[in-house]
Ligand binder design. Structure first.
Ligand code: CS2
Ligand code: MG
Length: 403
């Protein structure tokens, strides 16, 4: 089999997505997600200008060799743009291989390890009362795990509090909007939020929370400790993890389980966190961490240290990534949970998919490949529209801080 052509499809049905489509001389095609929120065109150019010319004529069945060729061969390793581009190729190649085998991708990976993939949904509110209502609504919809985020009194806009209830979308402006931040206000408010949420929802629902890299390690330690009575499933991204060592301080102070990794792109970003058992869940996912080929490597390392997977699944990860991730999740032995933020109907129409949700669990479906396709004619009706993630400034003096 040979790759005869490949192209990048950029479309914005509600939000921007970058999709790579690979075609072969045997008529089989595969697609991969290569979306990098707010930096979409950089990945598109990386693929079109630098990767696609090297793919033509190669055997698409040699997934490992092509992965190594793109990673080692570029000389310039790692980074979100490179790794999202490699992921786009890798995902499309696994799609082709599974279609050639006439199997859903999870069968090729080793078959299913569970009956379904537990997912968590996002309950967001402008204040505690509204967040509690949202959590109960998610419980009603069948979710077994729910992430709770709330506005903070005295802060204008806060991470995780959406515009609509079902479709939180952080890339909200043509140029970055500005949010304000106060760690003191947030740390006072959040334990009260979880006290109310836990009391309302009962003991059996898994609760999660995302601090979006906004705390220092000692502040994160304080939050973890304060949240212990409410038994969180995880506390996510408390502090930036460029310095993996910084999680040691948090770990020394709290038994609240820790998750990190949605912005990581290789195994090197999480090696120390995993080997030193400083985290409980690793959040790398297909599109930003080099595709199925590399994600599998991270998961295997994590398994040695009883760290479980908890892949990122926000709306900026396209349905193609979600389909591939669900196949991965159904197989991976050390699965923890999968994030699931619903896409809009417009997005779902452009990306018809075999996956489904029922009673808090998802299933990738039985279609050969990863089970997601793209309606190119419909995609063409939604041209790229520049959109950025916000930036964040300290409320008291305007210092730029972590978003
Ligand atoms: C978030 C994301 O889903 C999450 O946990 O942290 O919404 C994140 O902000 C976006 O994916 C950024 O593009
Ligand atoms: Mg997050």
């Amino acid at each position: 089999m040979k790759i005869t052509s490949a192209k990048v499809i950029i479309c914005a049905p509600s939000r921007n997505f970058v999709t790579l489509k690979i075609e072969t001389d045997e008529g089989l095609t595969g697609i991969g997600d290569a979306t990098l929120n707010g930096r979409e065109l950089a990945v598109a150019s990386y693929l079109t200008d630098h990767v696609i010319p090297c793919l033509i004529g190669r055997d698409p069945q040699q997934i490992e060799d092509i992965w190594q060729y793109l990673y080692k061969g570029a000389y310039w390793r790692r980074g979100p743009v490179t790794m999202s581009a490699i992921a786009g190729v890798d995902t499309a190649l696994w799609d082709i291989k599974a279609k050639a085998a006439n199997m859903p991708l999870y069968q090729l990976l080793g078959g299913k390890s569970r009956t379904g993939v537990m997912v968590y949904g996002h309950a967001n509110g402008k204040d505690i009362t509204q967040t509690v209502e949202e959590v109960l609504r998610y419980k009603e919809m069948g979710y077994k795990a729910i992430r709770a985020q709330s506005g903070v009194p005295g802060l204008e806009k806060v991470y995780g509090v959406g515009r609509g209830t079902m479709f939180y979308e952080p890339a909200d402006a043509d140029l970055p909007s500005e949010h304000d931040w106060s760690t003191e206000k947030y740390l006072r408010h959040t334990p009260e939020l979880f006290e109310k949420v836990r009391a309302a929802v009962g003991p059996d629902i898994h609760l999660l929370h995302d601090a979006h890299h906004r705390l220092t390690p000692i502040e994160a330690a304080r939050l973890g400790k304060d949240l212990e009575p409410f038994r969180l499933f995880w506390l996510e991204d408390t502090t930036p993890a460029e310095n993996q060592e910084s999680f040691r301080l948090i770990r020394q102070h709290t038994t609240t389980p820790l998750a990190v990794g949605e912005i990581f792109n290789t195994i090197w970003d999480c090696k120390d966190l995993i080997q030193n058992q400083l985290i409980d869940y690793i959040r790398t996912t297909v599109v930003h961490a080099g595709g199925i080929t590399h994600l599998r490597r991270i998961a295997d390392l994590a398994a040695l240290y009883q760290v479980r997977t908890g892949s990122h699944g926000a709306t900026d990860l396209s349905p193609v990534c979600m389909g591939a991730a669900l196949n991965f999740d159904l197989w991976v032995p050390n699965f923890g949970i999968q994030e699931y933020m619903r896409h809009t109907d417009e997005t779902d129409a452009v990306f018809p998919h075999a996956y489904s949700f029922k009673d808090g669990y998802m299933h990738p479906g039985e279609a050969p490949g990863h089970g997601v396709t793209i309606d190119e004619a419909l995609a063409a009706k939604y041209p790229y529209k520049r959109a950025y993630l916000p930036v964040n400034r300290l409320q008291h003096d305007g210092t730029l801080t972590n978003w």
